[in-house]
Design a protein around this ligand. Structure first.
Ligand SMILES: [Zn+2]
Length: 267
């Protein structure tokens, strides 16, 4: 991992504004920049964490790029779930930051509960419409809902959909289907560094121009940090593993995945 000073890494999905980083955020950003990870995209989750997300984005406008959206699990068991969507619409009309770079993270999650699929579908579709209306990419979360996800996205085929399928864990078949629906890239996380993760043989068949890197910090730390808190400074570990799998140099993977994020997010 020499040559960090000339490499620009991008973390396409990081929650370093999360409360687990309270009091340490400037250090976390400094460590990230020192590791060459100078571009960090921040997905929103729900109204409880918006203030810390906006504060971070406003403090580091050159390095931290905010998104706005409602995470699917924020809708589970929430009688006021429609209010979360209203808040997002309000922020899009009057941004409390320079600008939003994506609608995210949004999507479907049937891992924790299958009882709120109707609410999740309603809010996900509304947020896809917002992404088209504001011409912003989507940052899409999918957990145990790939069939439902493909079905929803198919309804928007040909309408200019674009975005990131975050922490991609689907099959090669789903990768090809989603690619046919719009300009999508696929986020690879620390999971690629886990032995027996099973994803490496799929990555072999994915086009490097479809790949972006992400930490999903504080979750999914790469080896050798498993069991610890993840942070954006660990992107080079993920990059190195992807370079190994694809038989490319680390600097090529860093620069190609960074340019893929420029294409999707426009920055
Ligand atoms: Zn996330």
């Amino acid at each position: 991992m020499k040559d960090n000073n000339i490499m620009i890494y991008t973390d396409s999905h990081s929650h370093i504004y999360d409360s687990t980083f309270d009091g340490e955020v400037p250090d976390v950003v400094e460590r990230s920049i020192a590791a060459g990870v100078t571009r960090i995209f921040l997905p929103a989750v729900d109204s409880k964490s918006h203030a810390s997300l906006f504060a971070l984005a406003n403090k580091y406008p050159e390095n931290c790029f905010p998104m706005i959206g409602v995470h699917p699990t924020a809708l589970n068991d929430n009688i006021n779930y429609k209010d979360e969507l209203l808040v997002v619409e309000q922020y899009l009309r009057n941004p409390p930051v320079d600008k939003f770079y994506a609608i995210g993270e949004v999507g479907l999650d049937l891992y924790w509960s299958k009882d709120y699929l109707r609410e999740q579908l309603e809010v996900f579709r509304a947020q896809i419409e917002l992404s088209l209306l504001y011409d912003l990419p989507l940052s899409i979360h999918t957990r145990e809902a790939w069939g439902e996800m493909v079905k929803v996205l198919s309804d928007y085929k040909g309408r200019g959909l674009r975005g990131v399928i975050h922490s991609y864990s689907g099959s090669l078949e789903i990768y090809n289907i989603i690619k046919s629906y719009g300009d999508f890239v696929f986020g690879l996380s620390g999971v690629v560094t886990y032995k027996n993760s099973g994803i490496s043989k799929d990555i072999l068949h994915m086009d490097i121009c479809d790949i972006v890197l992400e930490t999903d910090a504080p979750y999914l730390p790469p080896t050798p940090f498993r069991g610890k808190r993840n942070e954006s400074a660990y992107i080079p570990y993920i990059c190195t593993r992807v370079a190994e799998i694809k038989s490319l140099s680390v600097s090529d993977v860093a620069s190609i995945t960074t340019s893929n994020t420029r294409r999707i997010f426009g920055v």
